[in-house]
Design a protein around this ligand. Structure first.
Ligand SMILES: NC(=O)c1ccc[n+]([C@@H]2O[C@H](COP(=O)([O-])OP(=O)(O)OC[C@H]3O[C@@H](n4cnc5c(N)ncnc54)[C@H](OP(=O)(O)O)[C@@H]3O)[C@@H](O)[C@H]2O)c1
Length: 267
């Protein structure tokens, strides 16, 4: 990876998270380049030694790895701008929801190497979950390098591109469902007169601990539920209400709607 220039087009939330991880993993700031429509967005990173380019085309000319980190609706203009700089020696990495690698290659005008990733916002704190599609024309070295960028801010799992829309509902958008669970629990705690900071700490640690149990124990979610549910006890009363309202069905309908929307947006 030495001397490879890594460029980011669009320096928003996700780009900042990935850049933070890459820097922490020991890649020198001088190896990174940035371009955003608003130069202010690049200012503080530029002060750390990253090159700030005046256009997407100039960034694309000087970079061998190009992260496409703009919103899906800005892809058309960005790809048009960097098309003259397209090269088979470069690696493109898109993180946009609903933008296929086929579309990117068509807009760039050739069978270029295009990775597609579906990260999530916990990348911002180094605890992201990224699903990564590796194209058939990428070398093993290219795959491990791109994977390592995302691993610098969380876990990575390799997936087929066809799975990305469903994965958007599993890990891309799903932090929102979990925040809603957290919010509902905090609102309830407040109604019961519990100090909000205390409630937040207890609820969040419970979410972290429960996720840890799902990962570390050999038990299925149903077995873990049984572990908390003593006969005639409190948890069973709560679970009865959740089952009566078909909480599982509601969540799955939400995920289905998410996947469907990702498919509708697909370019
Ligand atoms: N946020 C998530 O949970 C999440 C999860 C998975 C994947 N993603 C994907 O990640 C991508 C980035 O999301 P984000 O939340 O980081 O968005 P963001 O914060 O809006 O960042 C995008 C940046 O690109 C800039 N931009 C727009 N048009 C541009 C152009 N033509 N050239 C250069 N820069 C341009 C935007 O400027 P303006 O603000 O001025 O438009 C903004 O600074 C999206 O494609 C999204 O689908 C996001």
């Amino acid at each position: 990876m030495e001397n490879r220039k890594i460029g980011f087009i669009g320096v928003g939330n996700m780009a900042n998270a990935i850049i933070g991880g890459i820097l922490k993993s020991g890649v020198p700031a001088e190896q990174l380049g940035l371009y955003d429509l608003l130069p202010e967005k690049c200012q503080s990173l530029g002060e750390k030694g990253m090159t700030v380019y005046p256009s997407a085309a100039q960034l694309a000319r000087s970079s061998t790895i190009i992260f496409l980190t703009v919103k899906p609706q800005n892809f058309e203009e960005v790809l048009e701008e960097i098309r003259p700089e397209a090269s088979f020696d470069k690696i493109y990495v898109s993180i946009a929801a609903g933008v296929s690698t086929g579309y990117i290659k068509r807009q760039l005008g050739g069978e270029y190497i295009v990775f597609r990733a579906m990260p999530n916002t916990p990348l911002l704190i180094g605890k992201g979950a990224t699903a990564l599609y590796c194209p058939a024309n990428a070398s093993k070295e290219a795959f491990s390098m791109v994977k390592s960028f995302f691993e610098s801010c969380g876990i990575v799992r390799q997936v087929n591109e066809e799975a990305i829309n469903a994965i958007t509902s599993i890990s891309g958008s799903s932090p929102a469902y979990l925040y809603l669970v957290g919010k509902a629990m905090m609102d309830y705690a407040q109604k019961e007169g519990i100090d909000p900071q205390t409630a937040k700490a207890l609820i969040c640690q419970t979410m972290i601990g429960s996720a840890g149990m799902m990962i570390e124990s050999e038990k299925t979610p149903d077995e873990l539920i049984r572990m908390v549910s003593s006969p005639g006890g409190t948890t069973l009363e709560a679970m009865k209400v959740l089952y009566d309202h078909d909480m599982e069905g509601i969540l799955q309908s939400a995920m289905q709607a998410c996947t469907k929307r990702a498919g509708e947006l697909e370019k």
